[in-house]
Design a protein around this ligand. Structure first.
Ligand code: AP5
Length: 214
């Protein structure tokens, strides 16, 4: 399966994409995670990415498209993949179609997670992440076993810089302006599946498997 997961910031895309990738045995490719790794480095590129992400703006398309194209050409993605956070606008969606054409394949589903505004803010403000392994927690709905430490490696959990209130608002604006038009793009191509993203992580996962026929 070649799937893109779409939805507003905090909709649960990363949480579900990671579970689905384990379940299907295909890679979870999250542009946000890749960018956060580079942004953590004290290099010129790292500093530029950090400034863009912390402001809630999108990383330039040319750089993003090239990175995804190279990633999709790796052998572990030849039997399928789950893209999370990409594409983010219509130009990226067109670039993805082109990259898949070059690989002689096509997207199977574009799945949209639907979550309301107040749930988005609740999810983002309670989120904590492990910078070491990328694990994602929520202080109410998915807390770590030991206070603010990662269950996998004991690293102290942190709040993402772009989960601060002002940046959340800017991310939602960018989503409305640039990412929403993607729904028509995929609807017109018969790929869009709209899914309720509310409920527990487990409930959402079962719903997702039902849609995919697993
Ligand atoms: P990115 O990391 O992709 O951020 P996003 O799309 O805004 O999505 P999030 O990671 O915030 O949320 P999510 O939907 O994955 O939710 P999660 O599962 O974590 O991008 C960050 C930045 O990178 C962008 O702003 C941009 O600068 C740059 N970037 C990335 N891709 C780009 C691209 N293609 N082009 C240009 N720039 C790009 O869940 C959120 C919280 O809710 C967690 O705490 C989780 O535990 C909790 N939770 C999850 N599910 C449930 C549930 N069912 N019930 C209760 N809580 C839940």
């Amino acid at each position: 399966m070649r799937i893109v997961i779409l939805g507003p910031p905090g909709a649960g895309k990363g949480t579900q994409a990671s579970r689905l990738a384990d379940h299907l045995g295909i890679p979870h490719i999250a542009t946000g995670d890749i960018f956060r790794q580079v942004a953590a480095e004290e290099t010129e590129l790292g500093r530029r990415l950090r400034a863009t992400m912390d402001a809630g703006e999108l990383v330039p398309d040319e750089f993003t498209n090239e990175l995804v194209k190279d990633r999709l050409a790796k052998s572990d993605a030849s039997n399928g993949f789950i893209l999370d956070g990409y594409p983010r606008n219509v130009d990226q969606a067109a670039a993805l179609d082109e990259a898949l054409d070059d690989l002689g394949t096509k997207l199977s589903h574009a799945i949209k997670f639907m979550v309301r505004g107040d749930d988005i803010v609740r999810r983002l403000s309670g989120r904590r992440i492990c910078l070491e392994c990328g694990a994602v927690y929520h202080m109410e709905t998915h807390p770590p076993q030991e206070n603010e430490k990662c269950d996998h490696d004991g690293t102290s959990l942190v709040r993402r810089e772009d989960d601060m209130e002002d940046t959340i608002l800017r991310r939602l604006e960018v989503y409305g302006e640039q990412t929403r038009p993607l729904y028509d793009f995929y609807r017109e191509r018969g790929k869009l599946v709209e899914m309720d993203g509310l409920g527990s992580e487990e409930e959402v996962f079962e719903r997702l498997l039902g849609i995919l026929g697993h």
